[in-house]
Write a protein that binds this ligand. Structure first.
Ligand SMILES: [Zn+2]
Length: 649
């Protein structure tokens, strides 16, 4: 039990922005701080922390609370565990009674597993540093590999004795239950006896992002082929391989400050690089990279650099996994170590500065790396080359951002000596097929969850300029496609270079000024997000809508974004053909706003004329005539503005 006054000290000492800042990159926004919510998958930050109030709230999923709640929720800790975690972070001493066997029994299962792992870690560390066997076998091995004592301590490396059941016996003597020894995988049961899974191995404890030991990796020292070189803890309630990155606890601050995460294969790669001062390194330890691991990294940075030993077969095998990173809108760089070297051996042979320089100088963008590697294999074989083009375009099509996609198409077209046009056509095919598939999947999934079919949004009809609502649709499509693009508005004279504004900013300002509202409820909903974005200076990107949990909304956005459509190449103004992309965009924006307003005014005037025809008193008629006059004036004004510039006030 933690005494009450200690709890008060902890709560009054913690700073919520520091506690959450260990897990979420927070940026100041006024008096609050804003970041990507760690509790739901989002691409536009809606997770708000108030340092003054000591609380957080996510406007996306609704999770809210104080620092203790955050740690409980995020780390799946109990209340006392969260308090202990915070006490450790702020060096507050928690005086607790030693746990008796009875107390141990009372702890819930998860806590028992964590407890046992911590107990085991301490046992393995002591064995390594304090026993004759540990020092002679384990410690001297680590020393031979040049691992310093401070690094051994930091990563809590250990050694498990060669006796078959040394740890199991020690744990049983200290009141740890057989059930948990088996669940954590520390012990194996055979003919009613417990044996140590890790006996005579170097121990690498695996830590959660908050620093708790959730599992172990053990490396054998003998060269016997009968034993696996590495064994790992089995999955348990507290250890899920696909959600774990080795080294994340030690690396996360460096990942945030360097805005880059180095990804390696093994425990020793992480440790050797860390010793060389390259602390932003984690390992996926054996398993191929999972989506959960990528999202874990994405909490801290959008840049991943993958460090490979120079084996092309291994690299090719990992391409699929890397595609997944690309799909998460992250930038992936590849570093290839010289033949026969892995990050571990390279870091041991070279001076830390050289290691750092080598990584920086040899980092190549993944898509270009992949293109070059595959290009090497195709030589001049046209059939193989066709396959290569498909393969590369497939990867580029995964990038959520359209501008980045076209940049890569440009680069790769030069590398492969294939025209951009050909690549574009191929990419659009893939995008369409993927979209169809995802809509089908979404549809069927939805059917399973929600029995009433009418909940599913009707697919949008093809764009038809004359149908009612088409102007609304056009504005929304424009926002989705170009909302974050910059246009330059000329304010006074033609010589002026213009004021840069985002398309969404511009559209929202004009519509607000003219008090224009949307009739179609879904378009209205989408517009509201832009309105809010402009007010908060955080205009949502297209993916926000494409991946929105509101199915009606996301389907509408998907339909608008993917229907065949492009800026007309033949805009004329004063009989001059407008050729640059931006001028065409500007004209297009103005045209769309104009059409939208004209349509609205027309509708309002028709409505007033109808009322006028039915008006019974002269007074009523006068009022309506006045309204009609106002609308006519507006109509003349916007028609005069026409395709010219629209003035923002
Ligand atoms: Zn959330």
């Amino acid at each position: 039990m933690i005494p009450r006054d200690t709890i008060d000290t902890i709560i009054s000492t913690v700073r919520i922005e520091e506690v959450i800042g260990d897990f979420v990159v927070l940026r100041r926004r006024g008096v609050n701080m804003l970041g990507l919510c760690p509790f739901h998958n989002e691409k536009t930050p809606s997770f708000t922390v108030s340092p003054a109030k000591g609380i957080y709230k996510c406007f996306g999923c609704g999770k809210a609370g104080n620092a203790v709640n955050f740690i409980m929720e995020h780390e799946h800790f109990s209340y006392p565990e969260a308090l202990k975690y915070l006490a450790r972070k702020y060096n507050i001493e928690v005086e607790e009674e030693e746990q008796t066997p009875e107390q141990l029994q009372e702890l819930n299962e998860k806590e028992s597993l964590y407890n046992l792992n911590q107990f085991a870690q301490q046992f393995f560390s002591r064995t390594l540093l304090e026993t004759n066997e540990g020092k002679a076998v384990g410690w001297s091995y680590l020393r031979e590999r040049g691992i310093r004592d401070d690094i051994i301590q930091k990563f809590q490396l250990g050694f498990s004795p060669s006796a078959w059941d040394a740890f199991s016996q020690h744990a049983a003597k200290n009141g740890y239950k057989k059930e948990y020894l088996i669940k954590t995988g520390l012990s194996l049961e055979k003919e009613n006896r417990l044996y140590d899974r890790f006996h005579s191995r170097i121990i690498f404890p695996i830590h959660s992002a908050s620093g708790r030991v959730i599992g172990f990796g053990g490396r054998i020292l003998s060269a016997e082929k009968t034993h696996a070189k590495y064994v790992n803890s089995p999955e348990s309630e507290i250890y899920n391989k696909s959600k774990t990155l080795y080294g994340i606890f030690f690396a996360k601050n460096a990942i945030i400050s360097k805005d880059n995460c180095y990804l390696v294969e093994g425990y020793t790669d992480v440790i050797s690089l860390f010793q060389a001062g390259i602390e932003n390194t984690v390992a996926s330890s054996g398993t191929s990279l999972t989506l959960d691991q990528i999202r874990m990294i994405r909490r801290y940075t959008t840049n991943i650099t993958i460090l490979y030993d120079g084996d092309p077969a291994g690299i090719k095998a990992s391409f699929r996994g890397i595609d997944m990173i690309v799909e998460q809108a992250m930038n992936v760089m590849i570093v290839l170590f010289p033949n026969g070297e892995d990050p571990d051996s390279f870091a041991r042979k070279n001076h830390p500065d050289e290691v750092d320089r080598f990584i920086k100088e040899n980092a190549v963008n993944f898509i270009l790396f992949k293109t070059r590697l595959l290009l090497d294999e195709t030589r001049n074989d046209p059939i193989k080359k066709a396959g290569l083009i498909k393969e590369i375009v497939n990867t580029i099509a995964l990038i959520p951002d359209g501008i980045s996609r076209s940049l890569y198409i440009h680069e790769c077209s030069a590398l492969m000596t294939v025209s951009e046009q050909v690549l574009m056509v191929e990419m659009n095919k893939i995008l369409r097929a993927r979209l169809k598939k995802s809509l089908k999947e979404e549809g069927s999934e939805e059917n399973e969850i929600i029995p009433e079919p009418e909940v599913i949004a009707e697919p949008q009809k093809d764009f038809d300029t004359d149908s009612p609502g088409s102007q609304e649709q056009e504005i929304i499509r424009l926002l989705l496609l170009y909302g974050q693009d910059i246009i330059h508005l000329k304010m006074d004279n033609a010589a002026d270079t213009g004021v840069p504004v985002m398309v969404a900013d511009y559209v929202v300002h004009v519509l607000l000024r003219d008090e224009m509202v949307f009739e179609n409820p879904v378009f209205g909903k989408i517009y509201e997000f832009y309105l809010d974005g402009v007010r908060k200076d955080a205009i949502p990107d297209r993916n926000f809508f494409l991946t929105h949990p509101d199915l009606e909304l996301s389907q509408t956005a998907v339909n608008l974004v993917f229907s065949p459509y492009e800026l007309s190449k033949n805009w004329y103004k004063n009989n001059i053909l407008i050729t640059t992309e931006e001028s065409r965009l500007l004209l297009h924006v103005e045209h769309s706003i104009h059409a939208f307003r004209a349509r609205k005014l027309e509708k309002m005037m028709t409505e007033i004329r109808r009322k006028l025809a039915n008006a019974e008193t002269a007074e009523e008629q006068t009022i309506l005539m006045k309204q009609l006059g106002e609308l006519k004036k507006q109509s003349i004004r916007i028609n005069r503005e026409g395709l010219g510039r629209i003035i923002i006030k």
